[in-house]
Write a protein that binds this ligand. Sequence first.
Ligand code: NAD
Length: 418
Amino acid sequence: MLEAKNIYNITVVGGGYVGFSLSCMLSVNHNVILLDVDRARVEEINRHASPIEDEHITNWLENHVDLSLSATIRPAEAYNDPDIVFVAVPTDFSESRNAFDTSVVEGVIKSVIQYCPQRQPIIVIKSTVPVGFTERMRSETGYRRLLFCPEFLREGKALYDCLHPNRIIAGTDMDDPALMQDASLVCDLMLEGCSGYECPSLIVNSSEAEAIKLFSNAYLALRVSFFNELDCFAELSGLNAGEIIRGMGLDPRIGQDYNNPSFGYGGNCLPKDTRQLLAQFSGIPQNIISAIVESNQTRMDHISAQILSRAKKISHDSSSSQSPVIGVYRLNMKAGSDNYRHSATLEVLKRISGKGFPIEIYEPFVDLDNFDMFPECEIQNDLDRFKSDCQIILANRFESCLEDVKEKVYTRDQFHTN
Ligand SMILES: NC(=O)c1ccc[n+]([C@@H]2O[C@H](COP(=O)([O-])OP(=O)(O)OC[C@H]3O[C@@H](n4cnc5c(N)ncnc54)[C@H](O)[C@@H]3O)[C@@H](O)[C@H]2O)c1
C-alpha cells in the first residue's frame, strides 16, 4: 500500500473527460500539473472551473477549494519533475489507416523521455490504444516504465466513475519485477484516490489490459445493438419493446441495466473501439464483431427511414404547402452530457438532411461559432420556439421538458434513463 506520507509529483497530459477527472481525484493527495494544448481549457482549469459539463465535477470543485492542481500549455513546466505521467490524449479512429491514430500518445511518450532523461517517471497510458501498443512502444523507444491502465468512465459521470470504479486494471510486463512494482504503485494510487470505495484491482500484461478495454466496449456495443434490434422488431410488429425488455431482465443473468433502446450506440468510445477491435481481428475467424458494427449502421438507417416516413405522412395529410419541420432535441448521447461527438443523433441527421424537410436543432451546448457540420439546419436555443416550430421532434433520450409536446416526439427511449 501507498504510505500516507508519500506525496507524488504527477503530470496529467490531456485535460478532457479522462484527464481532468483523474486530475481532480489525484490532486486531493498529490501535486498535479495538467498539460494541455488548449489554452482556453488551461485558463479555465487555473480559474478552478471545469472544462467539461459534469454536475459531479462542478459540485466537487466547489467543495474542494484546496486541490493541488494547476494547468499549463508549456511542456517544460509540466515535465519539470514528475514521478508519474498519465497520458489522456485523443486516439481518434483514422479512416485511411483503418486503425486508431496513436500519434498524439506516441508524441507525448517521446516528449517525456526527452524532457526527463534522469528522472525516468512511470508513464501510465489512460488513452485507449490498440492491443499490443504499449509493448511496441517499450521495444521501439527502449523505455521500460510504460504501463497501460484502461479507463472505464461514462460520459456525464466522468468524475463519479473515477471515484467509484468497478475495477482497476494495470497492464505491465509481468516478467519484470520492477515493472510489477510500478503497476502495484499505480493501483494503490488509484485506490487511494477513491478513498474507502472498494473495488477489485488486477495486474496483467499490457496487451491483455488493452484487450480488456476493447472487448469490454465491444460487449457493451453488442448489448446496445441487441436491445436496439429487439426494439426494431417490436416497433415494426406493433409490440411494446419496454414490456419485452422488462420481462427479459427479470432473469438475473440478463438483468435490468444497460438495456434502453436508442438511435444507436455512439459517443467518443464505442464506435471507434469496436472498429479498432474488428480491424485487429484481421485473419482471425469471427462473425460477431463485424455484426456489431453493421448492426449499428442498420439501426441508424432504420431510425432515419422511420423519421422520413413520418415527415412524408404529415406532409401528405396536411393542407399546407409547406414541408413539416423536423426538430432534433439535443445532439448528445446522454442526458446531462455536453458531448455530442460521434453521437448516433448526428449520424441520423446526416441521413435525413437534404431530403426536402427543413431541420431545426435544439442544442444549448453547441458552440455556434464552430458548428458548421450542418449549414442547412437552423440551430435554435429557445426551447419554446423550437417546440412550436417543429412538427416532429426526435429525441434519443426523452426528457421531462418534452412532456407538453410528446405527441410530436419520435423516440425509442423506453425507460427514460441513459
Ligand atoms: N471520454 C470517455 O468516456 C473515455 C472513456 C475511456 C477512455 N477514453 C479514452 O481516453 C482518451 C481521451 O479521451 P477524452 O474523452 O478524455 O478526450 P477529450 O477530447 O475530452 O480530451 C483530450 C484532451 O487532450 C488535449 N490534447 C490533445 N492533444 C494534446 C497534446 N499533444 N498534448 C496535450 N494535450 C493534448 C485536448 O486539448 C483535450 O483537452 C481517448 O483515447 C479515449 O478513447 C475516453
